[in-house]
Design a protein around this ligand. Structure first.
Ligand code: DP6
Length: 365
């Protein structure tokens, strides 16, 4: 287990209480796709290993928080939540849990009523995990409340705090604040990396990755048989946990080099190994899970054959479900999209896939 680095302390993110204010803030925050996977956590949502992701640009949650003084002073939260214009009570417990987790750092929350409304750019039933985009959008909106009273805080601090809060909602959400790539978790390979918040990847990034494409094949809209909470728990007594966490550190160090050199064969080998390792860990958990569907496997075989036949650098990664993220350089987009349309869309539920690409991170609207 890695402890918090000595230089940063979670205390640095405790805001002071301020007199309640009225206002409104809207953020559009993207999803992200991990190349080195976060799988295993401890304590207050700290990752067992560092992870690194591409920030996406089209899979976005847009969240508005209208805030006003609550009136009564007590320790309870007052909020309403509309999802795509409809009152969605089913989301209330998740939001309440999030507010409880972050209130030690945002004590002003109990002084305000929050009218939260949210919508996704991608279909709700597509099986795309929305916790990264939704939790980061909400965290950014809440961090903006305190920026209203402290407008001089630096953008670095603002982003760190937003990522810190987002992490407490969903670990991967910590990596949705900036782009084109973010890491999360302490590693000597990324300057200023932290267990507590995500870090934008600076330094030399090969231009091929700045416009990298991610076409998401929707293999199973009802995916997610294993909740991420259970999934992370499965790593607690996993026979391969120690080796896996060490491997993730090595992979992240290698990936940082690959991202700067643009060495495509190394990129493909590492990213596919990470994806299959995630699924192998689930298959070797107790209880065990197979999250791939027959069509997932059919797509992987097609991708390998296509690469062999054409020499084009098409690769895949997977999240904790059946859907497949196809990764490739923008310059090969025409040929690869034609291949997806003619040969792979038949494996997608209702022929559905989403064309996304690497993006610049969240935006205030
Ligand atoms: C497989 O961030 O969804 O997508 O922290 O419990 O909300 P919680 O988990 P979550 O886990 C993401 C797991 C993953 C890999 C990754 O995104 O790094």
């Amino acid at each position: 287990m890695v402890s918090l680095p000595s230089m940063i302390s979670t205390k640095d993110f405790v805001s002071s209480k301020f007199s309640p204010i009225e206002g409104k803030t809207t953020w559009a925050s993207p999803s992200n796709i991990a190349l080195v996977k976060y799988w295993g956590k401890y304590g207050d949502q700290f990752p067992q290993n560092p992870s690194l992701s591409f920030t996406l640009s089209k899979c976005i949650t847009t969240t508005t928080v209208a805030f006003k003084p609550k009136g009564k002073s007590n320790d309870t939260f007052s909020f309403s939540f509309l999802f795509e214009g409809k009152n969605e009570a089913a989301f209330h417990p998740k939001i309440e849990t999030f507010l409880k987790r972050i209130v030690p750092y945002c004590p002003y929350l109990t002084e305000h009523h929050l009218a939260i409304s949210s919508s996704n750019s991608f279909p709700h039933s597509s099986g795309i995990a929305s916790s990264a985009s939704s939790m980061s959008a909400l965290a950014l909106a809440i961090a903006s409340m305190e920026r209203e009273v402290s407008p001089t805080i630096s953008s670095d601090y603002f982003n760190q705090k937003a990522s810190f809060l987002a992490r407490l909602g969903s670990g991967s959400a910590a990596r949705s604040i900036s782009g084109p790539m973010m890491s999360w978790g302490e590693t000597p390979s990324v300057a200023h990396s932290s267990q507590a918040y995500g870090t934008q990847l600076f330094g030399k990034i090969h231009s091929v990755f700045e416009t990298f494409q991610d076409t998401i094949l929707i293999i199973d809209k009802g995916q997610k048989k294993v909740s991420s909470t259970l999934g992370h728990q499965l790593m607690e007594n996993h026979p391969y946990a120690v080796t896996r966490f060490a491997q993730a550190h090595e992979h992240l160090a290698k990936l940082v080099t690959i991202l700067s050199t643009g060495e495509m064969d190394d990129f493909i080998a590492l990213v596919e190994l990470e994806a299959l390792t995630l699924h192998a860990l689930m298959m070797a958990s107790n209880p065990y899970f197979v999250l791939m569907q027959p069509n997932t496997l059919a797509v992987l075989n097609k991708v390998w054959a296509f690469r062999q036949d054409t020499g084009l650098p098409l690769s895949f990664t997977l999240d904790a479900g059946a859907n497949v993220h196809l990764l490739y350089p923008e310059e090969d987009k025409t040929a690869i999209l034609a291949f997806i349309q003619t040969e792979l869309s038949v494996y997608c539920q209702d022929g559905q896939y989403i064309e996304d690409q690497v993006g610049a991170g969240a935006k205030m609207l």
